[in-house]
Design a protein around this ligand. Structure first.
Ligand SMILES: Nc1ncnc2c1ncn2[C@@H]1O[C@H](COP(=O)(O)OP(=O)(O)O)[C@@H](O)[C@H]1O
Ligand SMILES: [Mg+2]
Length: 164
């Protein structure tokens, strides 16, 4: 699978930006604060519908604006696939594949398998087992939808039991 094109509107420091990507290796080069990490986080949005860095969706909207759009064109099994994530302040996040809105974000997980590597990965070694379990759960969930569904049910059940 390849990401061929990435378009951003009001995503973090970008007002409007389009990247045409190579099929093999792409490098982002530029001064500090230019938006290299933000561009990678935009790709993360296409796979997981959220930011790797900031769990508060509205904070990924460019300051002073009230909506953002991350749009990616992929090639998967020789077919073109368009994924769009849009967030508007005060509204539910919308994730679309080829124009169709997903009912649940979990239906999209695994469609674009992705792993991000960052300095924070040291936490996998330093922190406790919960951090490691969460990482492994995330990786398995991308390749097995039933695992993700059972994990979601399990966590719901656990929180219900605990509040009981
Ligand atoms: N919601 C936002 N609105 C506007 N700018 C933002 C937003 N979130 C982050 N930024 C800006 O993005 C810049 C950092 O971009 P980053 O991708 O980390 O740069 P680098 O190229 O060094 O990786 C900072 O200047 C930060 O202020
Ligand atoms: Mg960076």
């Amino acid at each position: 699978m390849v990401l061929k094109q990435l378009s951003l509107i009001n995503f973090k420091n970008f007002d409007s930006k389009k990247f045409e990507l190579d099929r093999k290796i792409n490098c982002f080069v530029g001064n500090n604060g230019i938006g290299k990490t933000n561009a990678l986080d935009a790709v993360y949005h296409l796979a997981f519908g959220k930011s790797y860095f900031n769990p508060i969706a509205s904070q990924n909207i460019r300051h002073g604006e009230d909506f953002m759009v991350v749009d990616g064109v992929f090639e998967k099994h020789e077919k073109e696939e368009k994924v769009v994530v849009s967030i508007k302040k005060g509204q539910k996040k919308v994730i679309k594949r080829n124009g169709k809105i997903y009912d649940k974000l979990s239906e999209h997980i695994g469609f674009i398998p992705l792993v991000i590597i960052s300095p924070a990965d040291r936490d996998l070694i330093i922190e406790g087992s919960e951090t490691r379990r969460k990482f492994i759960d995330g990786v398995i969930s991308q390749s097995k939808a039933t695992y993700l569904h059972q994990l979601i049910s399990y966590n719901k059940l656990l929180s219900q039991r605990n509040s009981l």
